[in-house]
Design a protein around this ligand. Structure first.
Ligand code: PLP
Length: 399
């Protein structure tokens, strides 16, 4: 028999599979609300001006490409740490945080998972129900058993906070709890400040291991506002993990720019942690690529470019908010009478629309509107040119 005779066909990735289906659709009015990508008012993926300017600067003084250090560009790691934790925070100044460049937010999560597997192989992992599809797969592929804590409350159009907290209270010490720092994917519902305080108190009391996934910093309420959750964990004196992604906030999806930060109790501990983290990196891909991190480091550390980035990020955030309000108005105009307040309460790129799988399939087959069967739609892909048609189609399948 041939070597690969036993190899079975793997199921298609649910979201990337949807993309393939979208690309093959010949409907001229098709709209892709499936994948989590921000497109501008013209429906185009933006190249941020701050990114183009940084690239121009880099091209004007081209450099040879040697291997980077295992943990990436030092100036990048420092800039990320300042952005995520604040340059002046005692934990940063005291050398208690190890930050390593990673291959996107996904890479940061995988490094953290591999590190944790070596540290505490029998730990349980809890992710939100529902969560980004890849969370479960990533931690399972690192060898963990992955369970869930309640999150989405369909009837309340919000979060099942009591369910979440009581599950965390019952979790054994050492349980790794994956938390979305802001702009929860897929639901769009974020915890309030008071609810975060409760999560932190339980985490401390129970000895849980928080792992914050920050893939949308700046898409919720602002860079500092969204980052406040991380500072809360820091101020609580916890040891924890943060994965950072710049895919969305710099519109650098294809460059794979991210990071993993690990907060320890002492600088000495942090040095040992970093040394082990480097081993994880070394045996996965040796060291990370140059270009994307160089661009992000240049933008973050050049005041004029930094300001431009903050403005461009604010434009993306504001346009998404505008589309949420416009979606509510257009749905009402199309005849929907139910309370739509949840759409503007949600944060970030996504809206859990409340539509069921059959309705989402009808949107695809009858109208060429592609969302995820869970009811998740990408609000960041709406624009003045498609929002009316999308709203009318949603009203039709809702009848
Ligand atoms: N975490 C969440 C919640 C995400 O939604 C995503 C991307 O969609 C990621 C992580 C991964 O980001 P990246 O594309 O940088 O790997």
């Amino acid at each position: 028999a041939s070597l690969f005779a036993q190899v079975e066909m793997a199921p298609r990735d649910p979201i990337l599979g949807l993309n393939e289906q979208f690309n093959a659709d010949t409907n001229p009015n098709k709209v892709n609300l499936g994948v989590g990508v921000y497109t501008d008012e013209q429906g185009k993926l933006p190249l941020l001006k701050c990114v183009a300017a940084a690239e121009k600067q880099l091209l004007e003084a081209p450099k040879a490409r040697g291997y980077l250090p295992i943990d990436g560009i030092a100036a990048y790691d420092k800039a990320v740490q300042s952005l995520v934790f604040g340059a002046d925070h005692a934990a940063v100044k005291g050398g208690r945080i190890a930050t390593a460049q990673a291959i996107g937010g996904t890479g940061g999560l995988k490094l953290g998972a591999d590190f944790l597997k070596r540290l505490n192989p029998d730990a349980q992992v809890l992710i939100s129900d529902p969560s980004w599809e890849n969370h479960r797969a990533l931690f399972e592929s690192a060898g963990f058993t992955v369970g869930t804590y309640p999150y989405y409350d369909a009837a309340a159009k919000g979060i099942n906070v009591d369910g979440m907290l009581s599950t965390l209270k019952a979790a054994p010490a050492g349980t790794i709890v994956l938390l979305h720092a802001c702009c929860h994917n897929p639901t769009g519902y974020d915890l309030t400040e008071a609810q975060w305080n409760e999560v932190i108190a339980i985490t401390k009391e129970r000895g849980l291991v928080p792992f914050l996934d920050m893939a949308y910093q700046g898409f919720g309420n602002g860079i500092a506002e969204d980052g406040a959750v991380v500072i809360k964990f820091l101020d609580a004196g916890l040891s924890f993990f943060v994965s950072t992604s710049f895919s969305k906030s710099f519109s650098l999806y294809g460059e794979r720019v991210g990071a993993l930060s690990i907060v320890s109790e002492t600088a000495d501990e942090s040095a040992r942690v970093l040394s082990q983290l480097k081993r994880v990196i070394r045996t996965n891909y040796s060291n990370p690529p140059t270009h994307g991190a160089q661009v992000v480091a240049t933008v973050l550390t050049t005041p004029a470019l930094r300001q431009l980035w903050e403005e461009e990020l604010a434009q993306m955030r504001d346009r998404i908010k505008l589309m949420r309000t416009a979606l509510v108005d257009n749905l009402k105009a199309a005849g929907i009478t139910q309370d739509l307040g949840f759409i503007t309460r949600q944060k970030g790129m996504f809206s859990y629309s409340g539509l069921n799988a059959a309705q989402m399939q009808r949107l695809r087959s009858e109208f060429g509107i592609y969302g995820v069967d869970s009811g998740r739609i990408c609000v960041a892909a709406l624009n003045d040119g498609n929002i009316k048609a999308v709203s009318q189609a949603i009203a039709k399948v809702s009848q």
